[in-house]
Design a protein around this ligand. Sequence first.
Ligand SMILES: Nc1ncnc2c1ncn2[C@@H]1O[C@H](COP(=O)(O)OP(=O)(O)O)[C@@H](O)[C@H]1O
Ligand SMILES: [Mg+2]
Length: 271
Amino acid sequence: MLSVVGMNDDAAGPTPSTAPVQLVRADDVTKSYSAGQRRIEILHGVSLDVRAGELCAVMGPSGSGKSTLLYCLAGLEKPTTGSVSLLGEPTHRLSRAAAARMRRTRVGFVFQAYNLVPTLTAYENVALPHRLAGTRPPHEVIMSTLARVGLDRLAQSRPVVMSGGEQQRVALARVMAQRPEVVFADEPTGALDRTTGNTVLDELDRMARGEGRCVLMVTHDPTVAARCDRVLFLRDGYLVEEVARPTAIEVADLLTELTRLDALSGAQGRS
Ligand SMILES: Nc1ncnc2c1ncn2[C@@H]1O[C@H](COP(=O)(O)OP(=O)(O)O)[C@@H](O)[C@H]1O
Ligand SMILES: [Mg+2]
């Protein structure tokens, strides 16, 4: 798997000689927020890595810190302590400009709430990362990317007239057209039916395993997690389990157990 680094058929992608094997790395990452006098600890010493060619999932009960972890890994939030490296570069050492450049071109994020620009059409939203990077994507690239997620007929529509699932697929198409080496996706199939969810998964799978990029996605769906190389389980901000190539049943059992423990500790906390 690790030898599948680079995209031999596309000069725009990572190449075998330059792509580091560990594309994402977290060392002892904590994240806390202050709420009045109190500090709320969200992540507790999370360490992980995601390698080129890997499709990985993060799972855990609601509120366990999955989105916060993705934001910290993607450089959208600063860890309180610990460090994150993206594409071999410790993010805290990057200048603001270099960090912004990396986010625009080499790191893609599919947000849980899609984060489409409401005044732009689907086509313009998909072209946006290119525009921000100062390049003009070929028309065929944008249209074929929209077609891959079944949305070419909505190219000229704005998000307001689209369903949640359609907006979710535009958000994915935006990252696909950007062609970053690292893709973070926060519940990318959350608003989709099984068939369109599978189309989206096929695309994420292709980007990771087919093209030597890496994908780290949050999901609640055991059948989605069962397609991944590794599944990382968070509970209450701790990385408590990591399972390689699990079955959907194994994932469902682990999630049930974590959710049960979560409910138990919540009940103790309240008693
Ligand atoms: N900016 C913030 N300020 C304070 N608390 C936050 C902030 N962002 C997230 N949280 C809290 O952190 C916890 C984890 O949130 P999140 O990472 O969104 O969990 P998940 O994605 O697993 O549902 C939640 O209790 C949430 O309320
Ligand atoms: Mg979340």
